[in-house]
Design a protein around this ligand. Structure first.
Ligand SMILES: *Cc1c(COP(=O)(O)O)cnc(C)c1O
Length: 218
């Protein structure tokens, strides 16, 4: 099942799209099957869960952190992750910067945008993205490379389209503003129920769990 899902997905995706397998609650054999079928990037929500899996899987894939980063986990996060997709505060940026410097790493990161301005979701509000970038630019051990957004949970994925359009507009505006002074190239939006819309609206990273592994059981 997993193998078939991954192979179908990879065959259907345009070449410049990075498929992140969202592996929360999935076990090692499931993840290994996905990797053997062509998955190159693993997305984990929690540092501890990622560490346990990393111990088995290691660097044969890239690791993206796609969940909210607790401050006290930042030190461990910079050790194993190749990209933090959920940079959502200056405080976190500052901690990630310090911890990355200590291990002589420059941490690639995406800014998480709270595109629908939901009070319960983390992320930078759309109008704060530019000032946020200005502040993060002073951290030399973080490399901001784009945006990630979740969008609100809606009964119909089509309703996400205007939010995805808005995220793409912010992405493009930043690209215009900064030109080549930023290595600004990733827009991560779209999950199993919404990735097609994400792609239509300009995403180049999608994060899929259910579409690869089937429904989560808990
Ligand atoms: C779980 C998760 C996904 C994948 O969700 P599915 O609906 O299973 O595809 C994507 N992004 C984030 C941040 C997640 O937590």
């Amino acid at each position: 099942m997993i193998k078939e899902n991954v192979q179908k997905l990879l065959a259907s995706l345009p070449e410049n799209i990075d498929l992140v397998a969202a592996t929360k609650q999935r076990n090692i054999p499931e993840i290994l099957e996905a990797i053997q079928s062509g998955i190159k990037i693993i997305g984990e929500n929690y540092v501890k869960e990622a560490e346990e899996k990393y111990a088995f899987i290691g660097q044969r894939v890239l690791w993206h952190l796609i969940g909210h980063v607790q401050r006290n986990k930042a030190k461990r996060a910079v050790k194993i992750f190749d990209m933090i997709e959920t940079l959502d505060s200056i405080e976190l940026a500052s901690i990630l910067d310090k911890e990355s410097e200590l291990i002589k790493k420059v941490m690639p990161a995406l800014i998480q945008v709270n595109i629908a301005q939901e009070s319960k979701k983390s992320g930078i509000s759309p109008e704060s993205v530019e000032p946020f970038i200005e502040q993060v630019l002073k951290f030399k051990h973080i490399k901001i490379m784009g945006l990630m957004t979740m969008g609100p949970q809606l009964d119909d994925a089509q309703k996400l389209r205007p939010f995805f359009k808005q995220a793409k507009a912010i992405f493009d505006r930043i690209k215009d503003l900064y030109g080549n002074s930023l290595e600004w190239k990733y827009l991560s939006m779209g999950m199993s129920d919404s990735y097609k819309i994400g792609l239509e609206e300009g995403a180049n990273i999608i994060r899929l769990g259910t579409a690869i592994f089937g429904p989560r059981t808990h």
